[in-house]
Design a protein. Structure first.
Length: 67
């Protein structure tokens, strides 16, 4: 699944993202609004990981959502 699909169906994916990254609040997810860069930034901030690690986690999650 590509990011355009996730961005286009953001309301559906917010719940799945909350399951994976529970520290993200509903307000933060509203602000992210499907932006991959904003989500990576939020993961960095909430989980204290480097940008490449946040991107790796997000990519891994995307791959699992394809299945």
């Amino acid at each position: 699944m590509n990011w355009d699909q996730i961005e286009g169906n953001w309301k559906q994916f917010k719940g799945k993202i909350r399951e994976k990254w529970g520290k993200l609040t509903d307000d933060e997810l509203e602000t992210i609004a499907g932006s991959k860069d904003r989500l990576v930034g939020a993961l960095q901030e909430k989980y204290g990981v480097a940008k490449d690690e946040a991107e790796r986690q997000l990519s891994e999650w995307q791959d699992k959502e394809k299945s």
